[in-house]
Design a protein around this ligand. Structure first.
Ligand code: FAD
Length: 429
């Protein structure tokens, strides 16, 4: 039983293809999400469908694989069952691969008003908000409101925050005055707020410095060593003394493990992750395993746990497939070793940073490499083709065709609606 069809869950199921096991995968969505390109959906560069792929389609040719769309609510280790929204399900071996969710550090007000970007529906919320705020900015007579609608604050200077703020800056330079006649790019502001003293803190100092240089050149205002204190939907306060009036706050400041109930509290560690041993076995359990973002595997080289990135989830999924076969044969498991192939982050057109082992480079070649790696990693031939073609068209047009407000994001209810009247806006001015 695999709960979660993300990077880890898919890698595990694929590697069990010829194993003497029956695999049942449960996921609350019927598709896999390629999270690294969510920001391009949010900014309207590529279509939402091109970064999701139906899980059933991936396993068409697998005889030992079954999928059910179901949300797991609780794990019951004492009876080897799961409580789900489609009923109670038995397992022999359970693998938890449920990933992570946005971390608002307990601040309920920020959680209510800021926009997270962890899945396709949330990326579409961002897309609608960005675009509907520009439409409103065009027609509002209130200058204070107009600037707030055109001010974008990205919180978190990791790869996601850097990529999103870079894409917003690019939209200001290339698209705003071309398509939104009446709006000036000088009225649109992009801020990036990061708690650490440098951007891309998990990458090399060279990559951090270059990312900052690229973003500063594109007129993104960067606040380092700064923490957002509050946001009420209009005023955002930061502990460096700044207050920004904005209708657009995008949250990329961190993640916490996402898991169903039933996991004993004593094995849930920092970041809401489940402690495992080096074979991904959940501490204190015989037949329950956890992989990817939801797991915390502490090793000699990674005393704070392995990083929450796709390669860790994929490699753990592949490795666990081997270990499960060992277990079924009555053999002992082999400890997992993470092979870090490097990190890439893009800042915009022709601009990216790359750390590959001891090799650090930035600019056009890093950008090409980022594109190739992301295209190759996308699930589905049609998605690869669609994204590649869209990128080529966007590159030469210096524009994009996916800027649709299909449904409105209601800033009061925080949900999508077909109603263009937003009751929350005027009352919060
Ligand atoms: C915006 C963004 C950009 C990123 N960019 C990069 C990048 O460039 N490079 C990189 O290496 N990593 C990147 N990451 C991190 C990477 O996406 C994660 O590390 C990776 O997805 C973890 O894989 P996973 O299998 O653990 O979980 P996920 O891929 O998140 O999959 C978890 C699955 O579990 C399902 N699920 C959750 N709870 C339940 C439940 N209760 N019942 C049923 N199903 C459930 C979810 O629907 C989901 O399909 C990015 C993440 C984000 C959000």
């Amino acid at each position: 039983m695999i709960v979660g069809g993300g990077f880890g869950g898919l890698a595990l199921a694929k590697n069990l293809k010829n194993a003497p096991v029956d695999v049942l995968m449960l996921d609350k969505h019927n598709y896999h999400t390629f999270q690294p390109l969510l920001y391009q959906v949010a900014i309207g560069s590529i279509a939402a469908d091109s970064i999701g792929f139906p899980i059933r389609r991936i396993f068409t040719k697998f005889d030992n694989f079954t999928f059910n769309m179901a949300e797991v609510q609780k794990i019951n280790p004492e009876s080897n069952t799961l409580t789900t929204n489609i009923g109670e399900i038995h397992y022999d071996y359970l693998v938890i691969a449920t990933g992570s969710n946005s971390n608002f550090f307990g601040n309920k007000q920020i959680e209510h008003f800021a926009m997270p970007m962890k899945n396709i529906p949330e990326a579409l919320n961002l897309r609608s908000l960005i675009l509907q705020n520009l439409e409103t900015a065009l027609v509002t007579a209130d200058m204070r409101e107009k600037f707030a609608l055109m001010t974008y604050v990205v919180v978190g200077g990791g790869p996601t925050g850097v990529e999103l703020s870079g894409a917003l800056a690019e939209m200001r330079h290339m698209i705003l005055m071309k398509d939104y006649h009446g709006l000036s790019k000088y009225d649109m502001r992009v801020y990036l707020v990061e708690g650490k003293d440098r951007l891309l803190a998990t990458m090399s100092p060279q990559a951090s410095a270059k990312a900052k240089q690229f973003l500063t050149h594109d007129e993104v205002t960067i606040y380092n060593s700064a923490h957002v204190q509050s946001y009420d939907g209009f005023y955002l306060t930061i502990d460096n003394g700044k207050t920004i009036k904005t209708r657009n706050v995008f949250w990329a400041a961190g993640v916490i493990g996402e898991m169903p109930g039933g996991i004993p509290a004593e094995i849930i560690t920092k970041g809401n992750r489940i402690q495992t041993d080096e074979a991904n076995r959940v501490k204190g359990c015989q037949n329950i395993f956890a992989i990817g973002d939801v797991s915390s595997m502490i090793t000699e080289n990674y005393p704070a746990g392995l990083p929450g990135v796709a390669p860790v989830a994929i490699q753990q999924g592949e490795w666990l497939a081997k270990n499960l076969v060992h277990l079924i044969k009555g053999e002992s498991t082999v400890p997992f070793k993470y092979h870090d192939k490097g990190t890439l982050a893009t800042i915009g057109r022709n601009k990216a940073v790359a750390d590959l082992d001891k090799l650090h480079f930035q600019g056009f070649f890093a950008w090409i490499l980022w594109g190739v790696v992301h295209l190759m990693s996308l699930a589905g031939f049609s998605n690869k083709g669609m994204v590649f073609l869209t990128w080529v068209i966007n590159y030469f047009n210096k524009n994009s065709d996916n800027r649709l407000v299909v449904r409105y994001f209601n800033t009061e209810t925080r949900e999508m609606s077909n109603d263009s009247n937003d009751p929350g806006r005027s009352s919060r001015c």
